[in-house]
Write a protein that binds this ligand. Structure first.
Ligand code: FE2
Ligand code: FE2
Length: 378
């Protein structure tokens, strides 16, 4: 695969708040001639509204989001094949009743929610790419990177994957971040892990083979790991969309980011609720890797107390913008600088890309860099 569409690369490098450079980009796309002669006094935002043109920055942001959605789809499909509802809306796989039962400990509707989250991601990916094409921009494909192995457990399709759910290091600090009444990552604060043993070592969130179905406690640990990982993924999307929305130019692209971003937040809240239902488990050892995992009672020390009740599913109000302003119930973080690269680093640290090629990381870094160079034009 070529790394990048040359038009988009050159478009990004010419992107600037300087109007002349911006116009030379629009001309380069070959679709803006009429707009330029008729509307040399129009701002980029006005031009994009009236002529259906979007800026290089908007294209870069949408391309990074398309890639992120393709990756989300890939991981959610793996969860759905084993733990979700099997139907034509989310094809592939035939289900693993034992794994689905372990996940269902968290909520009897888990299989439905996994299915619906998967279908949502498929629609996000398809929509953003189709929108890019409708604007004359290059859609994103990660097909050459579908090289990672599938689970060998009964129920999983045997196809190449983009993501690896079998060696995860799950950041569970969103649990404490959304419960803090004083701290905000955008103000430099850090947050303790809810499940410290999940945040170190490598853990599988799906059965790797049917052997993983044999030990009831370890299978429940896999289900618990998935339960926390669902929210870890979706809290990332909940931040990424508002972070990038601050740098788009077209109102229509802003509408896309706000509208899709809202469903990421719905996903996160659902999974945040379910993570509170994990089964408390003593120290367990992965029979394949020797890695330990423990699922503590989240209603007791070192957490516990009103702000740590496991039935809390809404953000506690916290510091926002300035500690001098009153506490506010918000998504956090939402600072925009470096948001795309930050998301890529977080997904990488999660272990999702273990086994991926250098070319994959190079391609993703290029998309993230271009998205983070995007600025809102006036
Ligand atoms: Fe999504
Ligand atoms: Fe999502």
């Amino acid at each position: 695969m070529t790394d990048e569409n040359p038009t988009l690369l050159s478009a990004t490098t010419t992107q600037s708040t300087n109007g002349i450079k911006r116009r030379s980009f629009l001309k380069g796309l070959g679709v803006a001639g009429a707009a330029l002669s008729a509307g040399s006094l129009l701002t980029a935002a006005e031009a994009s509204q009236s002529n259906g043109i979007i800026t290089a920055g908007d294209v870069a942001i949408l391309r990074f989001l398309a890639a992120a959605e393709i990756l989300e789809t890939d991981l959610w499909q793996q969860y759905n094949e084993l733990g979700g509802i099997q139907d034509s809306e989310v094809p592939g796989g035939s289900g693993s009743p034992a794994y689905a039962a372990a996940i269902a400990f968290l909520d009897s509707d888990m299989a439905q929610y996994i299915h619906d989250n998967t279908e949502d991601e498929m629609s996000h990916e398809t929509f953003i790419n189709a929108y890019l094409v409708s604007k004359g921009a290059e859609p994103v494909s990660l097909d050459p990177f579908r090289t990672l192995p599938s689970s060998k457990a009964t129920g999983a399709q045997q196809i190449g994957r983009l993501t690896n759910l079998m060696q995860l290091t799950v950041d569970t600090s969103w649990w404490t971040r959304y419960r803090s009444r004083t701290a905000n990552p955008d103000l430099g604060d850090t947050f303790p892990q809810a499940i410290p043993t999940l945040a170190v070592g490598q853990h599988t969130a799906i059965p790797r083979t049917d052997d993983d179905l044999g030990n009831a406690d370890f299978l429940q640990a896999i289900g618990n790991t998935a339960g926390f990982h669902f929210a870890t993924i979706e809290q990332g999307g909940s931040s990424l969309y508002p972070q990038l929305a601050q740098r788009v130019t077209s109102l229509e692209v802003l509408r896309i980011l706000l509208s899709i971003g809202g469903t990421e937040i719905m996903h996160f809240q659902t999974w945040s609720d379910k993570a509170g239902n994990i089964k408390v488990l003593p120290d367990l050892v992965d029979p394949v890797t020797g890695v330990h995992v423990t699922f503590p009672d989240l209603n007791s020390s070192p957490f516990g107390g009103e702000d740590f009740q496991t039935n809390l599913i809404m953000p506690e109000p916290t510091a926002f913008l300035s500690r001098k302003l009153p506490a506010c119930s918000i998504i956090r973080p939402t600072k925009t600088n470096g948001a795309a690269m930050g998301a890529l680093k977080a997904l990488t640290a999660d272990g999702l890309f273990i086994g991926q090629s250098k070319d994959f990381f190079k391609f993703m870094r290029t998309l993230a860099t271009e998205a983070d160079l995007a600025v809102r034009e006036s």
